[in-house]
Design a protein around this ligand. Structure first.
Ligand SMILES: C[S@@+](CC[C@H](N)C(=O)[O-])C[C@H]1O[C@@H](n2cnc3c(N)ncnc32)[C@H](O)[C@@H]1O
Length: 224
């Protein structure tokens, strides 16, 4: 794992996620990955007329689907490098009979890779998000893995440049030590904590509650 580094950015960035692949995909999911996914990857020209929301590390995409339904006038982009998660989302947003996108999910775009590659790509520089969600980022609990945590100050500064005026970064984690670590990282950014209270959002990972804490903690951050 230590040797798995991303070299897309000119600088070396460590891998922040675990597996890329799980069990073999069903024929339907494999078809969706090959045929539908390329049609709904994010393209920056789409955002010139519509506001946009980003969810980073959507897992199987339950929360992303809620975002799409609750924000029909927004483009909702999800980034997730775990292929089985992407395939699960594709399966959930399409008709089983003919594999077409369900109407309520036509505003979803999927980036099936590390979000940092997307955010560092030149054509994305002018895109702004009103909300950026990061729910249960991989906690990397061992001290020697701490440098793999996604929400370090460099990445938070990168996200802050992508916010609209009054835009928000919404973070949730049940790993309280990571939560405190993020608050420390904020000191090296201009982001401000707007709120720490949010109704608990039920995601797949949150239900597993691997950290064994009584509830997730939230941070709503903004530039203003
Ligand atoms: C612990 S899981 C949580 C998944 C989901 N948000 C939930 O709450 O069920 C963290 C997810 O973040 C993804 N992830 C980690 N680093 C990422 C990155 N650099 N870009 C996009 N996704 C990432 C992982 O692949 C993993 O699916």
């Amino acid at each position: 794992m230590e040797k798995q580094e991303l070299k897309h950015f000119g600088t070396k960035e460590l891998r922040t996620f675990g597996r890329r692949h799980g069990k073999k995909l069903s024929n339907r999911k494999q078809w969706l990955m090959e045929n539908l996914l390329p049609k709904i990857t994010p393209k920056s020209d789409v955002y010139s007329t519509k506001p946009a929301i980003l969810e980073i590390g959507f897992g199987n995409g339950e929360h992303l689907r809620d975002l799409a339904i609750n924000n029909p006038d927004n483009i909702v982009i999800g980034a997730e490098p775990f292929a089985n998660g992407v395939a699960a989302l594709l399966s959930a947003i399409t008709n089983e009979s003919d594999n077409t996108l369900l109407n309520e999910y036509k505003n979803i775009r999927i980036y099936p890779d590390d979000v940092r590659i997307l955010l560092h790509s030149p054509e994305f520089k002018s895109v702004k998000f009103s909300q950026i969600w990061v729910l249960h980022p991989d906690p990397w609990p061992k001290a020697r893995h701490e440098k793999r945590r996604l929400l370090n100050h460099e990445f938070l500064n990168l996200l802050s440049a992508y916010l609209t005026q009054n835009g928000e970064i919404i973070i949730g984690t049940d790993h309280w030590e990571y939560y405190d670590w993020i608050i420390e990282q904020l000191k090296q950014t201009n982001l401000k904590i707007k709120s720490t209270t949010l109704d608990t959002i039920q995601t797949r990972y949150q239900l597993k509650n691997k950290a064994g804490t009584s509830n997730p903690k939230y941070l709503v951050l903004s530039n203003d």
